[in-house]
Design a protein around this ligand. Structure first.
Ligand code: ZN
Length: 64
């Protein structure tokens, strides 16, 4: 199952992180549900981590 959108789980700013107004590449992906990944080093890594997070949530939601 390919999850591209999941209600309640969005990645603000496509995973981009700003610190004190400056873009930075290092930091966790933060989902709107409160989930955070480990520190990552690119927007692509954060989007991938978030995609996996949604996949995990969707899979867990289908289990009894
Ligand atoms: Zn989430």
């Amino acid at each position: 199952m390919n999850v591209t959108r999941l209600a309640g789980h969005t990645l603000p700013n496509e995973g981009r992180i700003t610190v004190n107004g400056y873009r930075t590449n290092q930091g966790p992906a933060v989902c709107s549900c409160g989930w955070t990944s480990a520190d990552l080093f690119s927007d692509t890594s954060r989007r991938d981590a978030h995609r996996q997070h949604k996949q995990d949530v969707a899979t867990a939601g289908r289990q009894p």
